[in-house]
Ligand binder design. Structure first.
Ligand code: HOZ
Length: 436
């Protein structure tokens, strides 16, 4: 296991005396993998530096937003310019429309959009809107999918809860989740049965198109097709949670990939976060105009936020979207990410360790399993102790990956071929240790 070092350890002790678990988001605490979290002092490009001055190759990327790597000059310049003009106005700015336009240009299912400050807010608001617009109460979510920590969605929600061994958070009253139907991901028959039973009461189906909170599990094309068709048939809304995948797996998000396979495919509502904020607290939800116009002040569904559309966050997001919109951006990113997964698979094979991985754009996942899982019970077949040894073996060698086996990983445009080769070489050493 990684040696605990003076600075990281003393900072962790100090933080634990002030903040529950020493962290402001549970998975950062290393509880699942053991050891001391790296306290980060700065980031540049593909690298982070911890409190002991160790350089780490970063495959967390702030859990997704840092698609350009840390400290991209065009993003920093846009942020500096915005900061000089004021930090928050609580009033409309032109840049909010510019960002909305930039998003809509690439995601045609979004006809109207509202900016919020976090993915949790986007999920909570999208559910309220779906219920308000349909006049129905029930929502369908899938085991292992995470859509933020709003009460109604915090049931069998993958990583955050799974890491700590709970299905549902304490503090969520039964009555709040009684209308949340939790089904198995990629199970068409179960989805059909749920609609046969409750079709006229279901407000929406909410899903991650690539579930990034049970590591990396794709929705199959038949599953996505069935979700779309059943929602349309029964008058429910299909909400695609692209907080992780939006502008991360492709310029048009994961929905653009399904649209290539399913004629006319579009969700009714989309949630965005992470990359759209470029590393600042910004997220969004949007979709069909008739549905979005149910929001206050036009309609009866209330939703608001003091920092929504914050001028510094919108500058950061807009500058990021300008960069990812450049020709060839995603092709190059996808190639690098694939090279990492292929390299890891080859290294594992050479050392006789079961391994499988998958990637799309700059998002990836891997399991110490012989075949890719298709749902959460299959993800649970992973050997947690083995994963933890792999994690610490990499961290000891300066490779920073998610400290929980339920999390996806992220490659940025700043990662070089040399970073990938260094990572694969380190992984091969760790696989050798695991094999013995
Ligand atoms: N919700 C994130 C995991 N999928 C964790 C975010 C964080 O700890 O920063």
């Amino acid at each position: 296991m990684t040696d605990t070092t003076d600075h990281n350890l003393s900072l962790f002790h100090h933080a634990q005396a002030l903040i529950p678990g020493g962290v402001n988001s549970p998975v950062r605490a290393f509880r699942a993998v053991g050891g001391t979290p790296s306290f980060i002092t700065r980031g540049q490009g593909a690298y982070l530096w911890d409190a002991d001055g160790r350089r780490l190759i970063d495959y967390i990327g702030s859990w997704g937003p840092m698609i350009l790597g840390h400290g991209h000059p065009a993003v920093l310049e846009a942020v500096h310019r915005a900061v000089a003009l004021g930090l928050s106005f609580g009033a409309p700015t032109e840049r909010e429309s510019e960002l909305a336009e930039a998003i809509m240009r690439h995601v045609p299912s979004i006809e109207r959009l509202r900016l919020v400050s976090s993915g949790t807010e986007a999920g909570m608001s999208a559910i309220r809107l779906a219920r308000g617009a349909t006049g129905r109460s029930k929502i369908v979510k899938f085991n292992g999918c995470y859509h933020g920590h709003a009460d109604a969605l915090l049931v069998k929600a993958g990583s955050g809860l799974a890491t700590f061994g709970h299905a549902t958070s304490a503090g969520v009253p039964e009555v709040v989740v009684q209308d949340t139907l939790v089904l198995e991901y990629n199970d068409v028959a179960q989805l059909e049965a749920a609609f046969a039973l409750h079709g006229d009461k279901i407000a929406c189906v909410i899903m991650e198109p690539i579930a990034g909170n049970m590591n990396f599990v794709r929705a199959s094309v038949p599953f996505m097709r069935a979700a779309r068709a059943l929602c349309t048939k029964h008058g429910a809304l299909l909400i695609i949670d692209e907080v992780m995948t939006g502008f991360r797996v492709a310029l048009g998000g994961a929905q653009s990939l399904y649209a290539k396979e399913i004629a006319g495919f579009q969700p009714d509502l989309t949630m965005l976060g992470k990359v759209v904020g470029g590393g600042m607290p910004l997220a969004a939800f949007g979709g069909r105009r008739d549905v979005m116009e149910q929001l206050a002040p036009l309609g009866p569904v209330y939703q608001a936020g003091t920092l929504s559309g914050n001028p510094v966050a919108t500058a950061c997001g807009l500058a990021t979207l300008r960069e990812v919109g450049k020709p060839g951006f995603y092709a190059a990113l996808a190639e690098r990410t694939r090279a990492l997964i292929t390299g890891l698979a080859q290294a594992a094979k050479a050392e006789g360790v079961p391994f499988c991985g998958d990637s799309e754009g700059g998002m990836m996942g891997y399991f110490l399993l012989p075949a890719l899982p298709g749902n959460y019970p299959e993800v649970l077949q992973s050997d947690g102790a083995r994963f933890n040894r792999f994690f610490h073996g990499l961290l000891d060698r300066g490779i920073y990956t998610a400290p929980a086996l339920y999390e996806a990983g992220f490659v940025s445009a700043a990662h070089t071929g040399e970073d990938i080769a260094t990572t694969v070489a380190a992984a091969r050493e760790v696989f050798r240790e695991l094999a013995n």
